[in-house]
Design a protein around this ligand. Structure first.
Ligand code: ZN
Length: 201
């Protein structure tokens, strides 16, 4: 066990930074040192930005997105297609789809996926709110943009069942060859999904 090389305040900063995703103890130490060296240029503005975020960030009561106002920027954007709701597990997925400019519609963040092994049931996710939205708003299509994992697909099936008879088209993301992917490097599951979901050329 390495002994501390700095005072408890700095060690605490390193410990907190090491809890961020993608930062292990070594990189947290490097980040802390960088912040300390760039005190005026980086640490002070970062401290202010964190405080503002802490004071202002709210969860959108309509879709579950994170923003500084409720309803969020996405929900209040009238240029978006109001008839399509893209269902995602997490805010990170919503942000990923927005970065890709993949769709110009609205979203619904579930807050996770069904996972019987981890004790996550329908009541733990924002599924009831989704079904209410689909019935209350003029929704024509629900796109299930969930992970291609067992939990993701279980959740997709569960929601599809609940939406039967709701007069809405339920679609899901295609599984298959990634853009720029080489067939020889793909696993058998991906290859067989790609063959099953082949499209007309
Ligand atoms: Zn929203």
């Amino acid at each position: 066990m390495a002994s501390a090389v700095a005072g408890p305040e700095i060690e605490r900063l390193i410990l907190l930074l090491s809890k961020l995703p993608g930062l292990g103890p070594r990189s947290a130490r490097r980040a802390a040192l960088h912040l300390i060296k760039k005190r005026e240029a980086l640490m002070t503005p970062l401290t202010n930005a964190l405080q503002v975020a802490l004071d202002k960030i709210v969860v959108c009561s309509t879709c579950g997105n994170i923003d500084t106002h409720d309803p969020c920027t996405v929900c209040t954007d009238v240029r978006r297609d109001q008839s399509i709701i893209v269902v995602v597990a997490d805010v990170a997925d919503l942000w990923a789809l927005e970065r890709a400019h993949a769709v110009n519609s609205r979203y619904h963040v579930l807050g996770g996926t069904l996972s019987p092994l981890d004790g996550v049931g329908p009541q733990d996710l924002s599924i009831d709110a989704l079904i209410s939205r689909v019935h209350a708003e003029a929704v024509k299509e629900v796109i299930l943009a969930l992970n291609a994992t067992v939990d993701g697909q279980t959740t997709a099936h569960y929601i599809t069942e609940l939406l039967q008879g709701a007069n809405v088209k339920v679609t899901r993301l295609a599984h298959g060859v990634p853009v720029g992917g080489e067939l020889d490097y793909l696993d058998e599951g991906t290859l067989s999904a790609a063959i099953k979901q082949r499209t007309l050329f």
